[in-house]
Design a binder for this molecule. Structure first.
Ligand code: PLP
Length: 426
């Protein structure tokens, strides 16, 4: 990596001038006095998202209830319309996708659909370093089937901060009915080998679902090729859909005839939905997994955001992300390693996602001091500052600048003025 970059302060200007995605910065609402390194948590607003939200507001103002039917039922069928924009991002057919609800709700929808325990095959396989909402959902789903998590949730232990694919595969015993894992880890940015794990699960007759929250829009995903049973993801991180924007679910078309675990009238066959019969008439594609009325305003911001992603193309975004994060790591190693900083993520391109995991014993206070200096990023226990130079709106010059700010914070020890009282959101 050392030979690839230069330490010279003029060098990032050269990189910015040669950035093929550089023009996308102007599509985002960036602030003069802020460097935004938090796209792994909440992506920035695009002008396209604003335009779509304002358009929906206008249509609502003008049409009231008739908003559902304007433009050939656009908003009534909003999940289908957004699925067309989402499909190229995940490499699936549009009818294998539904956009609705929220991430955790969709995890419940996926697990309750695919977890059908029998006397001998009743366990769900998970890991011990995933974002905890996944585990809470899995635990509650096994309880709903009359089991205790201790007996029915099989937890693969991480080694240090990382998961070994072979440990997961070794845990695929005959009593496992379902596997649910993330493709990229929220803290370390480790990328799991989805193909290898999915193949192993299928060879053993075990169903598998993926949480793509930290991978979507950051790494390339091809669900068709993967052929997993289901997947869910949020849309507010690297996709920039907006705070709490509607989430997504993928249902492999071979499962279209399954009944959703959580049924609601929006999963009814579209032709008979408004007959409002008491019997559920299942729409047999991913739209049949929708539950209730679409959250149109939060889907509108997503519509604008997805247009931008499709224009840029995820393969191009991944290329830039790998390059700009490598540049950040190069600067950290060359300028910060004498000040107690280490890089906590794996180094191989195939094993790291969109953020750099900067570790320091004083990580929390340094993260707060960094925020005070105008750098938006976040801290995760016990010592991780997550830094995300995103492909579409972070410049190389900003990366250079934040490393200098970090250097100043540790050299002057200004972080020592920060107390240890923590806010609800860190
Ligand atoms: C892996 C993973 N799953 C789920 C979620 C959050 O779910 P929700 O959108 O329901 O809050 C997160 C949040 O960061 C996450 O990292």
């Amino acid at each position: 990596m050392k030979d690839q970059f230069q330490i010279d302060p003029e060098y990032p200007k050269l990189l910015d001038n040669n950035d093929p995605l550089g023009q996308f910065r102007q599509r985002f609402f960036l602030k003069e006095d802020q460097i935004y390194m938090c796209g792994n948590s909440l992506g920035l607003a695009t002008k396209d998202a604003e335009e779509c939200v304002l358009e929906v507001m206008e249509k609502w103002k003008e049409n009231g209830i008739k908003i559902w039917t304007v433009e050939d039922n656009k908003y009534y069928l909003y999940s289908r319309n957004l699925a067309e924009l989402m499909a190229p991002i995940v490499g699936s057919d549009p009818d294998e996708l539904a956009i609705f609800g929220g991430t955790t709700i969709n995890i419940h929808q996926g697990i309750s659909t695919f977890y059908k325990p029998t006397k001998d095959k009743y366990k769900i396989l998970v890991d011990d370093i995933n974002f905890p909402t996944d585990r809470y959902a899995v635990d509650s789903q096994v309880r709903l089937k009359g089991y205790e998590p201790e007996e029915a949730v099989k937890v693969v232990k991480s080694r240090g901060n990382f998961m070994e694919e072979d440990d997961i595969i070794d845990a695929m015993t005959e009593d496992v009915a379902l596997i649910f894992l993330p493709n990229v880890y929220y803290r370390t940015a480790q990328v799991l080998d989805m193909e290898k794990i999915t193949r192993a699960a299928k060879e053993r007759g075990i169903l598998i679902g993926w949480d793509l929250c930290h991978g979507i829009g950051a790494v390339e995903i091809n669900l068709k090729k993967l052929d997993a049973d289901f997947a869910i993801w949020c849309t507010y991180k690297y996709l920039n859909g907006g705070p709490g924007s509607s989430a997504a679910i993928y249902i492999n078309r071979k499962h279209f005839k399954r009944l959703p675990g959580l049924t609601g009238w929006y999963g009814n066959k579209i032709e008979t939905q408004f007959l409002l019969r008491q019997e559920f008439d299942h729409q047999q594609d991913a739209n049949g997994w929708q539950i209730g009325t679409p959250n149109v305003l939060s889907m509108a911001s997503l519509e604008g955001a997805l247009r931008v992603i499709n224009e840029a193309g995820v393969p191009n975004m991944r290329k830039k992300s790998l390059h700009i994060t490598a540049y950040l790591m190069y600067l950290i190693e060359n300028k910060l390693s004498n000040y107690g900083f280490t890089i906590g993520n794996l180094r191989e391109d195939s094993r790291r996602g969109g953020h750099v995991c900067l570790e320091h014993d004083e990580g929390y206070r340094i993260s707060i001091a960094l925020k005070a200096r105008g750098v938006a990023q976040d801290f995760r226990e016990p010592n991780v500052i997550r830094l995300t130079p995103t492909a579409l709106y972070t410049s190389y010059q900003e990366v250079y600048k934040i490393v200098d700010i970090l250097l100043d914070i540790v050299k002057t020890e200004s972080y020592k003025a920060v107390g240890n009282n923590r806010n609800y959101v860190v």
